[in-house]
Design a protein around this ligand. Structure first.
Ligand code: ZN
Length: 290
């Protein structure tokens, strides 16, 4: 009897009935990255948690009329962006931008993945949501760099470009916040698979918490700074998780990427993380991939 009960409990934990899963919306359709390849990876990662059902909202292609792009954000616990207008891509209609601002401000969850933080340099509220962004003529006019120096984070208003990266390589991620639900229980340091380490991101950086950094090595054309890698931002009542990781499908095979994305999305949706850190999570010396 006891065994049966245990099995039942286990089944419930692994796969919630569809009606009790949280609804997630993944946005793609334009990006200077291969969104058509990476979106299925992101969708699967969330579905693998057993916590989410995932709908995908794909915008019209670059150069085409965007007025039809009007997702019902309110219907979702969390919105994930794999979208960027980098390089002359489409702006969401004003009505959609306003609906998205209202959605997050009133308590919605938002997750920005890698190049989604290149998007919309002119849209101030979006930049408040992502905290820091890159490229798109971002400079000191858009906000400070966030620097980790002498054991603490500081705002650096030095003039200069916003957004760059050195050569692609595997790098070590350092957990800087060990009490936040997303990073609680993760190793103090872990190796991330070959990826772009974004550097010199700039933005409003209001209500921003850096959860993890990575040292940007001058040897790989980096900045010599500890660059923010995982962040959270409070926007009104909304929760935003920002990961700079995930340039391509190979980078997304990193268990560190997958798990922090899964945990960050659950936190953005609910304010909690119920997922256990898996045994194959990378350590400080070796990358693990799935
Ligand atoms: Zn990239």
């Amino acid at each position: 009897m006891r065994t049966r009960l245990l099995i039942l409990v286990t089944l419930v934990a692994v796969s919630l009935p569809a009606q009790t899963k949280r609804k997630a919306l993944l946005i793609d359709g334009q990006n200077n990255h291969q969104w058509a390849l990476t979106s299925p990876v992101l969708k699967k990662a969330l579905e693998d948690t057993g916590l989410f059902t995932v709908d995908v909202a794909t915008t019209p292609p670059k150069g085409q009329d965007m007025t039809s792009f009007k997702p019902d954000f309110k219907a979702y616990a969390v919105v994930i962006s794999n979208y960027s207008d980098f390089g002359g891509g489409g702006q969401w209609p004003d009505e959609t931008k306003k609906a998205f601002e209202d959605y997050v401000r009133l308590g919605g969850g938002f997750v920005t993945v890698h190049a989604a933080d290149n998007a919309f340099p002119q849209w101030l509220e979006y930049n408040k949501m992502i905290g820091l962004g890159g490229w798109g003529d971002r400079t000191e006019k858009d906000g400070p760099y966030i620097r980790f120096r002498d054991g603490k984070f500081e705002r650096d208003t030095t003039p200069g470009r916003g957004g760059s990266h050195g050569a692609r390589h595997a790098f070590k991620v350092v957990t800087r916040n060990t009490t936040h639900p997303i990073t609680k229980g993760l190793p103090a340091e872990w190796m991330h698979a070959k990826d772009e380490l974004y550097d010199r991101l700039r933005g409003p950086a209001e209500n921003l918490t850096v959860l993890a950094t990575a040292y940007s090595e001058p040897a790989t054309k980096g900045t010599g700074e500890h660059e923010p890698v995982l962040m959270t931002i409070a926007y009104g009542k909304g929760r935003v998780f920002h990961t700079i990781l995930g340039h391509d499908v190979d980078a997304m095979r990193c268990v560190g990427f997958i798990v922090t994305f899964q945990r960050g999305t659950e936190w953005a949706a609910t304010g909690r993380v119920t997922q256990k850190v898996p045994k194959d999570f990378p350590n400080a010396s070796a990358v693990t991939i799935r």
